[in-house]
Design a protein around this ligand. Structure first.
Ligand code: MN
Length: 716
């Protein structure tokens, strides 16, 4: 059992100026508070805080963190309030203890919604003071080490939480030593049978394997000395059971087929020596293709750096080799704790800031996510940085989560590149935006100035960053559009009763109506109308009592001007391609130049129909929701796809005639299908059409072909 004096010695060794007095007082206070309490193991409770403090001293943390470790269970387990801790040990220690206490109260096995909320709290605690999570991790590690004393039910609950939450967090903070032990222990308690059987089998071959590891180490050492590459340490080990287990599961193989259960680690003095050592390893043994990874040039998102390779020994036995500098080694083992500046009592500037940057960004990105399931999904991706490395054509590299798409990549480069991306060349070939990128892909993003993000993207982007940027954009766009639509609807409604909306909604009246709806600004009122949340009719009634409203058909010079000049101030502009709030109805897919009619849907904006669409007749039942629309002349002219159904005589060569005729008038064909039944043929063809004139021209020239009986525009 650890003694307090051992702890003091450990702290002094790395921090000679440490405030030992503070630690001593914390120890005495903790001993007093926990007096008489016993752990499930039968040991005095005090052992637990002491062990936790010891783990924190192993991480070389400051005295505030270690004192908090000694005191971390007092508020939860005794009558002592946090104020007392503050009085005795100052605000910093109290702050950390309070954070740990709060985290302890969180249950991560609750319903999804609660869980998402709890995660948010945890992230906040981490950003607030990273020592909170470090103390919590030490606490969890010691509890996992002593888990066998608890009931089966408690064991499983705690082990599951450890696997789901605490191991990934340790991983994301780069603390692989703690992460590995947490994972190993969780494996033991969650899959006890698999764990025990694997352990027995690995044990059975331990002696043979260890002999071989010894040989390999000696060979490597000799080769490196011969090549004059100085080495600090060569270490060989059998991989962790959990990592072997995962490999067996992933590759669906048996233990006898797992060859590389051995990993060799070479710690060198410099980056140059790392690459030199890699070269020598490859000269000595044949590398396994595709297994060389350069995490020095491309560090993992959690800061991990190392060279990895797998080679095959002369006896046909593959094993893994990791090569890194002493500095990288420490970062790999301890992560964020390796960068802790205990003298300053805070995480310093520079590389370590990365962890904080990540945390802050994550919080920012997640703030707007309302759907708990989506929040957890995002978090999972962020917590398990299983990354792929994607290159720009200029050789710049971005680390992205597995399954990222060109849109994720575009947003990782720059927000504007993301917004304006229209396509991507992956390894020189055009690829759909939803393509899942693979490690090493060279991706060139094709952009068009003025192009806008699409709602579709939300269905396939992976990164929080891309998701957040797209959503943010859509939100702003929708707001602007619904404001425009709402205002026009209101004006139209007012005009129906011969009222000028602008004079009606004077500031005094507006203030009164806004108060009625509990809104702050006129814009919010119009936007609510535009979204379909409020009806223009009801809002108008708030300004003018319903009995004073009399419908007056529009008369006078204003209406004449409007009719003659077509100055549709009140008209909604249809851009031609779908925007978020104004979209072409799927039943008739109107194209530029056609007569169109708008209809306010509830909450989804304006659907635009061709005036000839049969559905429009039904829309007339609800005239209140009809709105005038017109094609926006300023809009760009990207083509529409239109499906044509052509009735033809069944004769040879007619398909070729039709195709060449269409190509002859500069029209792209997207798709053709020809069918024959009862000596009558039909050609279904999808073409790209610019506007209604273009369509008429196409139909006319098709009708002119010998053997064409009829041409119809298909409804979708
Ligand atoms: Mn504890």
């Amino acid at each position: 059992m650890i003694r307090f004096e051992d702890l003091v010695e450990k702290v002094r060794a790395y921090n000679p100026d440490a405030d030992i007095e503070l630690l001593r007082r914390a120890y005495v206070f903790s001993a007093f508070e926990h007096k008489g309490q016993v752990r499930h193991s039968g040991e005095p409770y005090l052992v637990h805080p002491l062990e936790v403090a010891d783990l924190l001293a192993d991480m070389k943390l400051d005295v505030v963190a270690i004192a908090a470790g000694l005191l971390h269970d007092i508020v939860e387990d005794t009558q002592t309030p946090i104020e007392r801790i503050k009085e005795l040990f100052g605000p910093d220690v109290a702050h950390v203890v309070e954070g740990v206490t709060k985290l302890g109260a969180i249950s991560f096995s609750s319903s999804e919604e609660r869980q998402a909320e709890n995660f948010r709290k945890m992230l906040l605690a981490m950003v607030d003071d990273i020592r909170v999570i470090l103390v919590k991790l030490a606490d969890r590690l010691h509890n996992m080490r002593t888990l066998h004393h608890l009931s089966e039910e408690r064991r499983v609950k705690i082990a599951q939480e450890t696997r789901d939450i605490y191991a990934p967090i340790a991983n994301r903070l780069g603390m692989s030593k703690i992460k590995n032990e947490l994972e190993e222990l969780a494996f033991k308690y969650l899959e006890t049978k698999a764990y025990e059987s694997l352990r027995a089998r690995v044990e059975a071959r331990r002696r043979a394997t260890e002999g071989m590891i010894e040989d390999l180490k000696n060979t490597v050492a000799a080769k490196l000395t011969e090549a004059q590459v100085p080495v600090i340490e060569i270490d060989g080990r059998i991989k962790r059971l959990f990592s072997i287990h995962q490999k067996l599961k992933r590759q669906k193989i048996d233990l006898d087929q797992v060859y590389d259960m051995v990993a060799l680690r070479i710690v060198t003095q410099s980056v140059r020596d790392c690459y030199a050592a890699l070269g020598i390893i490859h000269q000595t043994w044949a590398p396994v293709p595709g297994r060389i990874k350069d995490f020095i040039a491309m560090p993992r998102p959690n800061g991990y750096q190392s060279l990895h390779t797998s080679v095959v020994s002369e006896r046909g036995f593959p094993f893994e080799v990791q090569i890194r500098t002493a500095d990288m080694h420490r970062t790999a083992e301890e992560g964020i704790a390796a960068h802790w500046k205990y003298k300053e009592g805070r995480i310093g500037a520079g590389r370590d800031e990365q962890y904080f940057l990540w945390l802050r960004q994550l919080l920012e990105w997640q703030q707007e996510v309302r759907d708990p399931q989506e929040f957890l999904q995002n978090l999972k991706i962020e917590l398990y940085p299983e990354e792929v490395y994607i290159f720009t054509p200029k050789g710049e590299v971005k680390a992205l989560p597995r399954d990222a798409t060109p849109v994720d990549f575009a947003y990782a480069i720059h927000t504007d590149i993301g917004h304006q991306c229209v396509g991507a060349r992956v390894n020189g070939k055009m690829a759909p935006l939803r393509t899942r990128l693979r490690n090493g892909d060279i991706v060139e993003i094709v952009t068009t100035a003025g192009h806008k993000p699409s709602r579709d993207w939300l269905s396939f982007v992976i990164t929080s960053r891309a998701r957040n940027k797209v959503r943010h954009y859509i939100h702003a766009e929708e707001k602007e559009r619904s404001l425009d639509i709402g205002r026009k609807l209101f004006e139209k409604e007012a005009r129906r009763f011969g009222i000028n909306a602008k004079t009606l909604a004077d500031p005094a009246a507006m203030t009164r109506v806004l108060a009625d709806y509990g809104l702050a600004k006129a814009d919010e009122l119009y936007a609510a109308i535009g979204y379909g949340k409020l009806s223009a009719k009801n809002v108008l009634a708030k300004f003018v009592p319903a009995d004073q409203l009399k419908e007056t058909p529009e008369t006078g010079i204003a209406s004449v001007v409007r009719r003659v000049l077509g100055t549709g101030d009140e008209k909604i502009k249809v851009r031609g391609i779908d925007d978020l709030m104004v979209f072409r109805a799927r039943c008739c897919n109107p194209i530029r130049g056609e007569q169109i009619v708008g209809y306010i849907t509830r909450g989804k904006g304006v659907s635009v129909h061709a005036a000839a669409c049969p559905n429009v007749v039904n829309l007339l039942y609800d005239p209140e929701r009809r709105i005038d629309v017109e094609w926006d002349k300023a809009s760009d002219a990207s083509p529409y796809t239109v499906r044509l159904s052509i009735q033809v005589e069944d004769r040879k060569g007619i398909l070729a005639d039709v195709s060449s005729k269409i190509a002859g008038i500069n029209t792209n064909i997207r798709n053709v299908e020809a069918t024959v039944d009862d000596q009558m043929g039909r050609i279904d063809m999808t073409v790209e059409i610019n506007d209604v004139k273009h369509l008429q021209k196409v139909i006319k020239s098709l009708r002119g072909i010998d053997g064409v009986i009829g041409v119809e525009r298909a409804s979708r």
